[in-house]
Ligand binder design. Structure first.
Ligand code: PMP
Length: 392
């Protein structure tokens, strides 16, 4: 049987060669300095683990409601009310669907909105899965070039809008650049999307990892608030908010996220979840409800200090937009080296430092992505090597 001839274009057209090459080269190294990983390096807080364990012991191991358990959805609604001032009840109240990972929320949102031929405007550089997700729906990702400051602004998006644009995707704090959107940019994007009847999807999986830059505001408990279009009046009726638990609480393997926004859209997301993922993992939803009562401020503070280290070491040797969130930095490969991002990443790997070439996230091959979710000593060692390789 010739299975290869049967495979669908939607699978075959996805190119993972850039990342695969890093892993292949990395697998040959003993004790590499791994700055390629996109997940936190702290353990799940004990109370969160305990809530999941208790749920397993209490036999909460079956299917849940497709949209998520009532206690978790109520807890999320309270969280959105205190964080964003979103209403919890009433005719205009947002719908909430708990999903299998933030990826699940994004896929189901795309499937709910896009017809073949439709367009989604995404920032370049972008989180790797955005273009394939659009393509899986027969739609097309249109790239908004955000170099060199990596801000997705209405001015950069507007010229790309056509009658086929259905979604504009904002990701702040961003992967791969760690850039946090400015409040005015959020407002302008929301206004633009509303005026053109386009869904603004805000992927805020890194919202808890927001660092200070002198401009960011604090909430009443002293945590930095990530600017988001979801803080503007009426936003719950005109945009889709996508958030997750995996990064914030160090449980990426639990596969938990949620989508919140206009009820008719959440209804379709829920229906498609019923026919695909069915529901998010039951006992882990109990863990997620406990997570929203857990403070991860100390971890975030620790990451902010690692961010400071990255900026201190790399901005001396290259162009770096200081990350203000997430746990990534996206420095440019200095032009005097005459190397592409991919070539420079290979050179780093030869020196035992694993990172990802910018080409994996972009139409350009001029930058590298490093993750500072690595033990401080390793990070410091890796940064010294990168800085040495960047010097003339
Ligand atoms: N959005 C962004 C920007 C991400 O970086 C990631 C994970 N790397 C996801 C979504 C998917 O997260 P999850 O593990 O919750 O599916």
């Amino acid at each position: 049987m010739d299975v290869a001839s049967l495979l669908a274009r939607r699978a075959l057209q996805i190119d993972v060669s850039g990342i695969r090459r890093v892993f292949e080269l990395g697998s040959k190294l003993t004790d590499p300095i791994n700055l390629s990983i996109g997940q936190p390096d702290f353990p799940v807080p004990p109370a969160v683990k305990q809530a999941a364990i208790d749920a397993i012991r209490a036999d909460q191991n079956g299917y849940t409601l497709t949209q998520g358990t009532a206690p978790l959805r109520q807890r999320i609604a309270r969280h959105l009310a205190s964080d964003l001032n979103w209403p919890t009840i009433g005719p205009g109240a947002p719908g909430i669907a708990v999903t299998s990972g933030t990826s699940g929320a994004l896929l189901l949102a795309f499937l709910s909105i896009l017809n073949p031929g439709d367009e989604v405007v995404i920032p370049d550089p972008y989180f790797v899965v955005y273009p394939p997700l659009a393509e899986m729906c027969g739609a097309r990702a249109v790239l908004a070039d955000t170099y060199p400051d990596f801000r997705l602004t209405a001015a950069r998006v507007e010229p790309l809008l056509t009658s086929r644009t259905k979604i504009v995707l904002l990701n702040s704090p961003s992967n791969p650049a760690g850039v946090v959107a400015r409040e005015q940019d959020c407002r302008d994007l929301l206004d633009l999307c509303r005026s053109r009847n386009i869904v603004l999807i805000s992927d805020e999986i890194y919202d808890a990892f927001t660092f200070s830059d002198g401009r960011t505001q604090r909430d009443p408990s002293g945590h930095l608030r990530c600017p988001t279009p979801a803080r503007f009046a009426g936003s719950h009726e005109s945009m889709l908010l996508v958030r997750g638990f995996g990064k914030t609480y160090g449980c990426t393997g639990w596969r938990l996220g949620y989508a919140a926004g206009p009820a008719p859209l959440i209804e379709q997301i829920t229906k498609l979840q019923q026919y695909t993922f069915v529901c998010a993992p039951a006992p882990l939803q109990a863990g997620a409800a406990a997570a929203l009562d857990t403070d991860v401020g100390d971890f975030v503070h620790d990451y902010e200090q690692r961010r400071d280290l990255v900026v201190e070491k790399l901005s001396r040797v290259t162009e770096l937009t200081p990350p203000c969130g997430a746990f990534y930095a996206f420095p440019k490969v200095p032009e005097h080296l005459g190397l592409t991002g991919s070539q420079f990443a290979e050179r780093c790997i030869e020196h035992k430092v694993l990172l990802i070439p910018g080409r994996v996230f972009s139409a350009r091959d001029t930058h590298i992505r490093l993750s500072f979710a690595a033990p401080r000593a390793k990070l410091e060692q890796g940064l010294d090597i990168i800085a040495r390789l960047m010097r003339p």
